[in-house]
Design a protein around this ligand. Sequence first.
Ligand SMILES: NC(=O)c1ccc[n+]([C@@H]2O[C@H](COP(=O)([O-])OP(=O)(O)OC[C@H]3O[C@@H](n4cnc5c(N)ncnc54)[C@H](OP(=O)(O)O)[C@@H]3O)[C@@H](O)[C@H]2O)c1
Length: 412
Amino acid sequence: MSGDRELDVVVFGATGFVGRLVAGYLAGHAPGEVRIGLAGRSERRLADIRAGLGGATSAWPMLLADSADPVSVAALARAARVVVSTVGPYRAQGLGLVEACAAAGTHYADLTGEVLFIRDSIDRCNDVAAGSGARIVHCCGFDSVPSDLGVLMLHQAACTDNAGDLQDTTLVVTALRGGISGGTLASLMGQQDEMRASAERRRVVEDPYGLSPDRAAEPDLGDERDLAWVRYDGDLRMWTGPFVMAGLNTRVVRRSNALQGWAYGRRFRYREVTGFGAGPAAPLLAGAASTALKAAEAGLAFGPSRAMLGPLLPAPGQGPSEKTRRTGFFRMQIHTCTSAGARYLGTIEARGDPGYAATAVMLGETALCLALDRDQLPDGAGVLTPATAMGAALAARLRSAGHILATRQITQ
Ligand SMILES: NC(=O)c1ccc[n+]([C@@H]2O[C@H](COP(=O)([O-])OP(=O)(O)OC[C@H]3O[C@@H](n4cnc5c(N)ncnc54)[C@H](OP(=O)(O)O)[C@@H]3O)[C@@H](O)[C@H]2O)c1
């Protein structure tokens, strides 16, 4: 890893909706000695963003790069020790930068929620990054940091107690309030289009181990499909429904397990659901929320319904209002049972719109963690996950930033 770079951290996509928030977070929270730059394809828009950040950021360099121009992307990758990218949809815009960072030995982090992009990144960049020492870390926002760090913490608690391997493990979203941006919708629709055009690509997305480093070595634990509809869960003693990000987060967590030599366990069964409680209204609530989710997915899947919904939805560059970002929140629990019969409960919570305010904290702290915490990071390079690239170091940073990440053993 080169220490002679012009900058420590560059935010690529600083003119976009979430890029602006990440730049704003770094402006307010990065230690003064961290050398930060803003990158994008328009000097004028970058200058406007930088002027809006105010204070010492007026000295932050601006770097011009267009993802369609490999020479500019390669120069960007060589300019900094860490590049964080919010230029999406990533499948269309992102692979060139990952390749450039892998080749240059530059750490890279992003906010992608696109399984197909991550699969391509693994297949094309893992070995090069492993050789150069670069940590390529996808999914460093609400998807999939809480899931990935939450399960890692449970594993570490079980190890400390000598309580055996993790087995049945379920993340339950118990409360969530927030909005969505145009860039996220564009990324979602891009993956839907690719799945419709290719049965092979659809199989990758639907495979519970679609992001595995070694698919043939994964255990056969029976049906591990994500929950598709409302169900009363006897173990959790509550009504549950699908969670919109389960199809990504579960793959990331299973990849973390495999990258650590299946340290969580070979019988680690992981799922994510939304919890609706056990009261009399719970099945109705679960049914209504699950119907709304299916309707939104179907509405975004096809051209005619997209065209009808278009005027109602945010365009690229737009996203939740300041009030929505400020008043949003999420709360999650992770329940696990170990091979020795011990039970643990993980709690992960944060204030602020999960996908935007809380995500800006997660990606901002990821950038600082990769740039500053070198001695505390787990060994490894290549296409990693938040848990395997940063693990406890990122969890400590997020706690300092006000996020709750806790575990406790429960007795029954
Ligand atoms: N996982 C999570 O929790 C989470 C949360 C939020 C967002 N996201 C993801 O983050 C991504 C960005 O979302 P967003 O809402 O911020 O999108 P956005 O507002 O549309 O921003 C996209 C950014 O990409 C830049 N860009 C587009 N094409 C480019 C090119 N050819 N070269 C260089 N830059 C280019 C845009 O620059 P211009 O200003 O020049 O157009 C803009 O800065 C999406 O993929 C979204 O799904 C994930």
